[in-house]
Write a protein that binds this ligand. Structure first.
Ligand SMILES: NC(=O)c1ccc[n+]([C@@H]2O[C@H](COP(=O)([O-])OP(=O)(O)OC[C@H]3O[C@@H](n4cnc5c(N)ncnc54)[C@H](O)[C@@H]3O)[C@@H](O)[C@H]2O)c1
Length: 366
């Protein structure tokens, strides 16, 4: 099988990101190549483990790896302090050692939770990310951000802990819910807008064939498209591991998207849906400031719509609450919101001089 590997290279580490059909089968060989010889602690969730857990365990045991599995409830609740504590208790109770590795099999929730457990237990052991959602394949599994939610807010406790390997088997998308798949396409489109006009064009060409999990895995091109979207994240985190510079561009669509998620209660609107709405609003803000043409705003809106994503704020959401919540965004510095705004399809700029009245106008115009 050709590898077509991407490689994340940061100041402290370098690791492959492998995207392809059936690549989970190559996990045992890859772990051996990485020199990982200890026990394996497989962490997954209740929707993913029944599909892929047992086969993966068997494959690893076949080559002699001791492997034990832990299953958390599916959904954002899996990223709670209680789940993390239970995970620690399980691993410590069963004799985890420094040379062991955590395998995170699931979406971004499992990746973040298991990643943070790996970052912190025994002051850090090896981590391998095995993403099973489109969002996790192109975004969450890459770049080393791990963490859990605190009752006072999402992702407030965490650490940077780079994995030793990211292995994204696109066959696992077969079992993903259609709405979750669509939500993932929002991040793929985002990567096109912020850095890869060619990817954006590819997405325009294939929109009608990538809507459902079945179409997605049968279509000849999704691996190439997903790999290309992952490549954007790989490139950005390789230049800015700790989010001190360019990494902020990945936040495109997220300032208003996060505010919308917070205003509606997490889970009502999926993350990707909120990001799609946030991207459309950000593009309109960019147009209002003379950075982007009306045609480009429309082109982005058409692509988001073609992938079944919403682009307008729900009418019943309080616009003033959204505005207030944007100020609580983690990227706010000295009370100035740092907006990631497109300047064309494939490039963005970061601006902290967007007048509040422009944002208010875009929010109330919908
Ligand atoms: N670390 C990062 O850089 C980063 C980046 C973006 C998002 N995130 C985090 O990622 C999380 C969202 O990730 P997500 O969208 O993958 O959500 P998720 O992990 O909750 O997965 C979505 C749903 O799909 C199910 N599922 C996952 N894979 C499946 C499969 N192959 N078949 C059947 N069901 C499957 C899950 O059980 C869950 O119900 C958020 O907590 C967010 O904060 C982290």
């Amino acid at each position: 099988m050709p590898d077509n590997n991407l490689t994340v290279t940061t100041g402290t580490s370098s690791y492959p990101v492998v995207v392809g059909t059936g690549v989970l089968e190559t996990l045992p060989r890859r772990l051996e190549e990485l020199g990982l010889q200890g026990s394996l602690w497989l962490v997954s969730d209740s929707a993913v483990f029944p599909h892929y857990g047992a086969a993966l365990e068997a494959r690893l045991r076949d080559v002699g790896y001791p492997v034990q599995s832990y299953v958390v409830p599916s959904g954002e609740a899996g990223k709670s302090p209680e789940q993390l504590w239970n995970l620690y208790t399980w691993m410590i109770g069963a004799g985890v050692e420094r040379r062991d590795a955590v395998l995170a099999l699931g979406g971004g929730v499992v990746g973040d939770l298991a990643g943070f457990a790996a970052a912190s237990i025994l002051r850090g052991i090896a981590l391998v990310q095995l993403p099973t959602t489109l969002l996790a394949m192109v975004d969450a599994s890459i770049g080393g951000k791990t963490g859990i939610n605190h009752p006072l807010g999402k992702n407030l406790v965490g650490a940077f802990h780079q994995p030793r390997l990211v292995l994204a088997d696109t066959l696992t998308l077969r079992t993903l819910a259609e709405r979750e798949l669509r939500s993932g396409w929002a991040e793929v489109i985002k990567h096109g807008v912020i850095r890869d006009a060619g990817l954006f064009h590819l997405l325009e060409t294939h929109a009608t064939a990538l809507q459902t999990p079945a179409e997605c895995t049968q279509h000849p091109d999704p691996d190439a498209i997903i790999r290309r979207a992952a490549a954007v994240k790989v490139a950005v985190v390789s230049t800015d591991e700790r989010e001190q510079g360019e990494r902020i561009i990945l936040n495109y669509g997220h300032t208003l998207g996060h505010a919308l998620e917070a205003a509606t209660g997490y889970g009502t609107i999926l993350h990707g849906e909120a990001v799609a709405i946030g991207m459309h609003a950000a593009a309109r803000i960019a147009a209002d400031m003379g950075l982007l043409t009306a045609e480009e705003v429309e082109r982005q809106q058409q692509l988001l719509t073609a992938y079944g994503l919403p682009t307008n704020f729900p009418p019943d959401v309080d616009r003033e609450q959204i505005l207030a919540l944007t100020l609580r965004d983690k990227k706010v510095q000295q009370k100035r919101i740092r907006w990631v705004l497109p300047t064309t399809i494939g490039a963005v700029s970061v601006r902290d001089d967007v007048p509040e009245m422009v944002v208010r106008k875009i929010l109330t115009d919908q």
